[in-house]
Structure formats: C-alpha cells, structure tokens
Design a protein around this ligand. Structure first.
Ligand SMILES: [Zn+2]
Length: 256
C-alpha cells in the first residue's frame, strides 16, 4: 500500500494516511483488547514519550508520570506509568501527530526516525511543546494520545502541591494543560465526552477531565447520554478544574 505511486496527489496522500491511521489504530486496538480484558489486579500500562523540543524541559516526563499515577489510580487497579524517552517528530502540533497518523504509525511499526519505540497495551502518550491556545491542542484514540504544552507542564506545581486534598484547582494555563492531557489519555482509555461532568460549587463551575474546557464553550453540544445533569451556565462564575475523573468515568474504567 505504501508504494511511491500512492503519493501522487495531496488527496491521495490524505487517503493513504487515513487508511494507515485506521490500520494503525486497529492494530493497537487489537493489541489492547488483551489489556482491557485482563484481571483487575494487573497494572494499567501507560507510557510517556516526549518530542525532542518537549524533552528540553527536564522535569516534564516525571511530572506527567506523577499526575497520571495519581489521577488514573483506581481502587482495584494499579497504574505504573513509564517513560519511553524522546522521539523525533515532524511537528509539535500534537493533535495533527495523532489525527494524521504519524504517532499511531510509529507505534504500530515500532520505530520513528531510526529510534525503536516499544508501545504498551494501555496508553501510549506523546507530549510535545505545541501551543495550547488554539484547539485542537491534542488528540486521543484507543491506546494512542498526544498533547502539547510541555513548556506549561514545566511550570506546573508538583501533584501534591497542586491537588492537595480536594483535587479542584483554578484554571491556569499550566493546570489546564495537564487537564487536557488527562482528557486525551481518557480518550485513549475508551472514555468519551459524555463521561465528563460539570457542576456548580459555590461561585464556581467545576469540570472533570472528560468535559474540561468544553464546559465553558457555548458551541459545545453535550451528548444526551452524558453523565450528570445539564452543564451549568458559567456567566460570571469562576471556572475550576476537577482533576478527578467523574464517578461514571471511573465506573467505566473499572468495569474492564
Ligand atoms: Zn475530547
């Protein structure tokens, strides 16, 4: 399928990349079916890679690992995030790297830019230094996710300092970046936007990871099957981020 003849026109390139992406995600999905049906006491495998630019920030991989270990932990399942290292990618545009197939293909083929890539059966997350202002800032599909914002994660407090006991924090760029990271990892674990919840809490509206900033987007159309009630109006209210996945998201994750 990948002969030179396939690359004749831009439309064909897109078509080939789309097929390749679907193929890659398909093979990742079949790989992961094993993980999703194993016993609950098996740890959930999550691996973090960084683009070369993201890799320039010393503490980013460890910070992401600590947040995933804390927020993905379920009562009956351990999470042991590992770091895969840095990879050479063609762009820092994190959404494009997954949606156009480069990152899923690298995982499926086991290599990128001459470097071996050893995917895990749970979530394979690529963090880049792409911008976090203009959506889409990341992308998640079964077992595959990518997100930008390494420079913001570099400035983020430790998981203990940020989350405290409540896990509900003000919306700073750095906190929102980590929240979006959890959102994309949630997609990689099979969660959808309908697993997100937003509630009034005092003078604030608080959104869980699978809704995240969609809770304040007037153009967002919530699924009729979503968890919880209607999304509260944010008129004049503080917008806060809950780093705990909603109860129904956690039930979904625990039901595997
Ligand atoms: Zn999403």
């Amino acid at each position: 399928m990948f002969t030179r003849r396939n690359w004749a026109t831009a439309a064909e390139v897109v078509a080939v990349k789309r097929r390749a992406f679907l193929g890659a995600v398909g093979s990742m999905a079949s790989l992961g079916t094993l993980a999703y049906t194993t016993r609950a006491d098996d740890p959930l495998a999550v691996r973090i890679w960084l683009s070369e630019r993201a890799g320039r920030y010393d503490g980013v991989a460890d910070r992401v690992r600590a947040f995933l270990a804390r927020t993905l932990a379920l009562e009956r399942r351990r999470v042991e995030p590992t770091v895969g290292g840095t990879v050479s990618v063609s762009t820092e545009d994190a959404a494009r790297l997954t949606s156009r197939g480069e990152w899923p293909l690298a995982l499926a083929s086991g290599g990128l830019g001459g470097r071996d890539i050893d995917p895990v059966s749970g979530v394979n997350l690529l963090v880049t230094d792409g911008g976090m202002r203009d959506a889409p800032t990341g992308y998640g599909a079964p077992h595959v996710a990518s997100v930008g914002g390494a420079r913001h994660i570099d400035r983020l407090e430790s998981v203990d300092d940020l989350l405290g006991d409540e896990w509900i924090v003000p919306t700073t760029t750095a906190a929102r970046t980590m929240h979006v990271l959890l959102h994309e990892v949630g997609h990689a674990l099979g969660l959808a936007h309908r697993h997100g919840v937003a509630v009034r809490s005092g003078d604030a509206v608080v959104a869980t990871p699978m809704l995240s900033s969609y809770a304040w987007d007037p153009d967002f159309t919530p699924s009729s099957t979503r968890c919880g009630g209607a999304i509260p109006s944010t008129d004049g209210r503080e917008r806060r981020l809950d780093f705990a996945f909603s109860a129904c998201a956690r039930r979904e994750l625990a039901a595997d």
